[in-house]
Design a protein around this ligand. Structure first.
Ligand code: FES
Length: 78
């Protein structure tokens, strides 16, 4: 089952670096990430916020986003 990455469409689109990181992850792990874009994820004070499956992470910078997703996919771990 793919990892579910949830984000706010409006907030993400105002941050090109964040969107590039999402696109990079999706391209790097085809079929392993299901991106869910909400109109608002009630995290307007913590932008950009994401959910990786059921875990919530506020104010995520692109490098942290990549790290969180890779950890959840167990990339580089056995
Ligand atoms: S408008 Fe983006 S989290 Fe609310």
């Amino acid at each position: 089952m793919p990892l579910q990455l949830t984000m706010c469409r409006l907030c993400a689109r105002s941050r090109p670096d964040f969107l590039r990181a999402v696109a990079q992850l999706v391209a790097s792990y085809p079929g392993e990430i299901d991106v869910v874009e909400l109109e608002c994820m009630a995290a307007c004070d913590d932008v950009p916020a994401i959910m990786v499956d059921t875990s919530y992470y506020p104010q995520v910078v692109p490098q942290e986003l990549i790290r969180l997703v890779q950890e959840s996919l167990h990339v580089g771990t056995s």
